[in-house]
Unconditional design. Structure first.
Length: 241
């Protein structure tokens, strides 16, 4: 799986190491030394993946993610950080990053994360299978082919991480998924990020698909277990029968 990758890292030695790791895997790599340069490259080159250091001059990694998601750019973003507190990691995910690797990292782990993100990105592999079916749960429709979500015919913008969680839930309506199962949909087993990662994505999804996010009727919490996606009309019908 060959991809076009932008690496935004202001430490020249680290940037060259990353380039070597990625080129060894067959990827084409472009380096950016600061956040503004990274934004410019993404806008002009439309890469398949952005590997993004958090601490950079001119614009830090969190600002870069914030701008890219505000521009509705869906490319996968793998963040590199020396910060290891849960709040720092969750902030990046909340802004729209897809995965984190904390420094110092092993090359094998980093490349495994890259492969996972590229494998799950429709942009890295071209189009999704042409016969992929729409996932419909009441008024909510998830289109795996076009990577589109709508509620009642109105388009909903989702980050790649939010989309993967929603697609997993929509594929099996009313099935209860644990947080660990949904975390695996994002990027597999992760020793750095807690189950709260999923909670952040769910909170953001509720703001987008629920008529009243604080009183959800579609994306429900099953206390002590996890989350499920349900059709509120069918749920109401079952309750009244």
């Amino acid at each position: 799986m060959c991809a076009n990758v932008i690496v935004a890292e202001d430490d020249e030695k680290q940037a060259e190491l990353l380039r070597r790791y990625l080129e060894r895997e067959g990827h084409s790599v472009t380096l950016a030394g600061d956040g503004l340069a990274a934004l410019d490259l993404v806008r002009h080159r439309e890469p398949d993946l952005l590997v993004l250091d958090v601490m950079m001059p001119r614009a830090d990694g969190l600002d870069v993610v914030r701008v890219l998601r505000a521009e509705c750019r869906e490319l996968p973003v793998l963040m590199l950080t020396a910060r290891t507190t849960e709040d720092d990691l969750l902030l990046g995910l909340d802004l729209g990053a897809d995965d984190y690797v904390t420094k110092p990292y092993s090359p094998r782990e980093l490349m495994a994360r890259v492969r996972t993100l590229l494998r799950r990105s429709r942009r890295a592999t071209g189009a999704e299978p042409a016969d992929a079916a729409l996932l419909t749960v009441g008024a909510l429709v998830v289109d795996p082919t076009r990577h589109v979500v709508s509620v009642g015919g109105e388009a909903v913008d989702c980050t790649p991480g939010e989309f993967r969680i929603l697609a997993a839930l929509a594929a099996e309506p009313d099935r209860v998924f644990s947080r660990q199962q949904l975390l695996a949909e994002l990027h597999g087993f992760d020793r750095y990020i807690s189950d709260r990662t999923v909670d952040v994505h769910v909170m953001n999804l509720r703001k987008k698909i629920e008529p009243a996010p604080r009183r959800p009727v579609r994306l429900l919490t099953v206390f002590g277990v996890g989350y499920k996606l349900t059709d509120p009309a069918k749920a109401a019908a079952r309750a009244s029968s």
